[in-house]
Design a protein around this ligand. Structure first.
Ligand code: OSB
Ligand code: MG
Length: 369
């Protein structure tokens, strides 16, 4: 299989409600859709997900575009790819920059599945047709409004709530949610906002029956997380730390966490994500699928991957309208009985809406052979 052409849409979609985390506030999501065409005219698509600010991890959408154009495209131009698993090896000489790599790697998986007349999930084990989903809730200092927002998600039957927290905004909102919803599966995500000095404070979270505490400490820290996990009953989940299966091994053997938030783009694509699933399965380490405010393209990919039965814990894979008034795919995802249906078509199983792409995107061509 040869890559003969790559096109791109640079898209900006306004968020229905601004999303606040420990590090910032987002009102609009920028992302690129990459279209990869083979020598037979088959086309695959992938989403480039990093934010515009390097405040979640290092990559930004602009740095990722430079890596794609200057360093990844030259590697693809002359390659003859027999299987998409080869792409991560091909990209290995470019260090880091997992989200840039993932946008192309996942597009090539989609292309390969379509070329072979298959749904992407056909390449995974033990899949199911629909999956339980949860929702991630931004920081909302008005607690009445926060509870209203959560009530709406509970009414829509989201099966798990994840609350963003930061120092000064943790015990009070958690307490308010637990009072109103004593039994709802609830977890929190700090996006690295705490330090080891906060351990005595964080131990108080053990009182709230939280499913897990995601990423309390810095993205490159394993030792302080291990110390906290020793003192905490609640499971720690790592997100920002995990870029490769090696990071999972390190976290597992040091005892830095008992749960992994797996995001395909943060680990460079499907091939590394599969290695992480295998490692977690072997070690009995809990793994679940996170999100990056994906459009329908990235969301469809996440659904295909999360169809694997190991993903029993509801992912950050909400319906399209949780984030956006309009999606760029023809059939936006809707929640039904707390679940999303995994698309059945070829590849990731969704089609782009030309109308929405023209409305929200700018088109260009990165290369033609
Ligand atoms: O930390 O998991 C995170 C969104 C963007 C960046 C980082 C995170 C998140 C979320 C929401 O929590 C995930 C989603 O619903 O797409
Ligand atoms: Mg997180």
């Amino acid at each position: 299989m040869k890559i003969n052409r790559i096109d791109r849409y640079r898209v900006r979609l306004p968020l229905r409600i601004p999303f606040e985390t420990s590090y910032g506030r987002l009102t609009e999501k920028a992302f690129d859709i990459l279209l990869v065409t083979d020598e037979l005219g088959n086309q695959g698509m992938g989403e480039l997900v990093p934010f515009e600010q390097p405040d979640y991890i290092e990559e930004t959408i602009e740095t990722a575009r430079v890596i794609i154009e200057k360093h990844l495209l030259p590697l693809l131009k002359n390659a003859d790819i027999q299987h998409p698993k080869e792409v991560s090896l091909l990209f290995d000489e470019v260090k880091g920059n997992q989200m840039a790599k993932s946008s192309l790697e996942t597009a090539i998986w989609d292309l390969y599945a379509k070329r072979n007349g298959k749904s992407l999930k056909a390449y995974f084990n033990n899949t199911r047709a629909q999956i339980p989903v949860g929702v991630s809730v931004g920081i909302q200092t008005d607690l009445a409004k926060l509870l209203d927002q959560i009530t709406e998600y509970v009414t829509l039957e989201y099966q798990r709530i994840k609350l963003k927290i930061r120092p000064g905004y943790d015990l009070k909102p958690i307490d308010a949610i637990r009072n109103k919803f004593p039994d709802i599966p609830l977890m929190v995500d700090a996006n690295s906002a705490y330090t080891i000095a906060d351990i005595p404070h964080l131990i108080q979270l053990d009182a709230y029956n939280l499913a897990m505490i995601e990423q309390p400490f810095a993205a490159n820290d394993f030792l302080d997380h291990a110390q906290l996990q020793k003192e905490l009953k609640t499971d720690i989940c790592l997100d920002e730390n995990i870029r490769t299966v090696k990071d999972c091994e390190l976290a597992f053997y040091l005892g830095s966490c008992r749960s992994i938030n797996l995001k395909i783009p943060r680990v460079g694509g499907i091939t590394e994500a599969m290695k992480i699933v295998d490692f977690c399965e072997e070690k009995g380490l809990m793994v679940w699928l996170g999100g990056m405010f994906e459009s329908g393209v990235g969301r469809a990919l996440n659904l295909q991957f999360a169809s694997q039965k190991i993903f029993t814990f509801p992912g950050d894979i909400s319906a399209s309208d949780r984030y956006y008034h309009e999606d760029i795919i023809t059939d936006p995802f809707e929640i039904q009985n707390g679940e999303l249906i995994v698309p059945d078509g070829l590849g990731i199983g969704v089609s782009l809406s030309q109308e929405k792409l023209v409305k929200y995107g700018i088109y260009d061509t990165l290369f033609i052979k």
